[in-house]
Design a protein around this ligand. Sequence first.
Ligand code: CO
Length: 169
Amino acid sequence: MIRPVLLYPDKRLRRKSTEITRFDEKLGELLDDMHDTMIDKKGVGIAAVQVGAPLRAITINIPDENGEQPLENRVEIINPTMFLCSGGVLWNEGCLSIPDFNEEIMRFERVGVTFIDRNGKERRLEAEGLLAIAIQHEIDHLNGKLFVEYLSLLKRKKFEKEWKKSRKN
Ligand code: CO
């Protein structure tokens, strides 16, 4: 089921999400809804807090070589901890909570993360490229942080102005 996505500057996006302790049907439903919502909005990643559930759950689905995002390619990351981050790369990012706005952000090139899957099993993943970027972007959401907060003061002001204008239309 597609759920509504909270949009900037909704204060609920600033909440720090809490750890998940129950790996039940309800969690599976939330994760499925997150995936449906992400695909509907043409995103590559989404955090639970963006659909109004402040829990430490992320769904990512990096498009394959044909630009498709089949269900079996999704990566579900619950209660993540980063154990590795190295290198640096500028990446042009966007966010489903800030539609139609993209800006370059400095991120780690490689990250490693330990997490739990929907069945409560511990897992570990090392990533680079878009997957590494998406992991960092979505973990920020769990901590109430949005990518526009990394912008320089000047770019942030420009963004706020553009955003207000686009919201009026
Ligand atoms: Co986002």
